[in-house]
Design a protein around this ligand. Structure first.
Ligand code: MF3
Ligand code: CO
Length: 236
């Protein structure tokens, strides 16, 4: 799983370096496809429940599961990229929200807060803690900032499959849910909206957008629960 995580992280780094105004999102998908292959891995999203691309690219009010295409990114856009890879049957899954050039302070703060909430969730992913401790760490930080914390989509266990039990919600009380034990691997993935938390899905049946049209950010890491604490696997 460390190897799969490494492939995902290196792919996201490559895409971050390539992102620039004028780039069509399908170009990011093409780059990801060749990089994952070059690193000896297989893309896990392609064909998953019929998903038609290697990565998800979700721009501005798109929260998750945006399908790469002809849309061209522009200065100030928030571009969330979610990538998954399999190596020797084990999965890695991670996401980042990137800013194209400069954006408004309001949007920048949203991205920083979402990244920070993931860090706090990871910090709570320790053996003996419960899933709810991860959830509460994220919710406690985001709610006091007044953002909309997405509730309809959650983090998940990950391993030989992309999605395994347990679900890892980004909200809910501490001290509840399954106990985290050494050897478990989970994907923690807060999705945070500048406005309301409510979502809807576009006619393509994949792209999830904010109901109020406000911009959204998403960060995700695959994390192993070790005796020494959380180990982030999706690092280069
Ligand atoms: N990374 C997404 C998740 O964490 C999975 C995307 S599935 C796909 O749940 F089918 F959209 F690719
Ligand atoms: Co995931």
């Amino acid at each position: 799983m460390r190897e799969a995580g490494r492939v995902v992280a290196r792919t996201l780094d490559l895409l971050a370096g390539a992102l620039a105004p004028g780039l069509p999102t399908k170009e990011l998908d093409r780059l990801a496809r060749s990089e994952i292959k070059a690193l000896g891995a297989r893309p896990s999203f392609l064909g998953y429940l019929g998903y038609p691309a290697v990565i998800c690219v979700s721009v501005n009010d798109e929260i998750v599961h945006g399908i790469p295409g002809d849309r061209v990114v522009k200065e100030g856009d928030l571009v969330s990229i979610d990538a998954g890879a399999v190596v020797d049957g084990f999965h890695g899954d991670a996401a980042v929200t990137l800013i194209v050039g400069e954006t408004t302070p309001e949007r920048r703060a949203l991205v920083d807060a979402t990244r920070k909430s993931l860090e706090l969730g990871i910090e709570a992913a320790r053996p003996g803690n419960r899933v709810g401790d991860v959830s509460a760490a994220i919710e406690g930080y985001i709610e006091q900032l007044g953002y909309g914390l997405v509730r309809e989509y959650v983090g998940h266990g990950i391993g030989r499959k992309l999605h395994e039990p347990p679900q890892v919600p980004n909200y809910g009380p501490a001290g509840q849910g399954p106990v985290l034990r050494v050897g478990m691997t989970i994907a923690i993935e807060p999705m945070v909206n500048l406005g309301d938390w409510k979502t809807r899905t576009l006619d393509d049946e994949w792209t999830v957008v904010t109901l109020d049209g406000s911009p959204s950010a998403h960060f995700e890491h695959t994390v192993a629960i070790t005796a020494g604490g959380p180990e982030v696997l999706t690092v280069p």
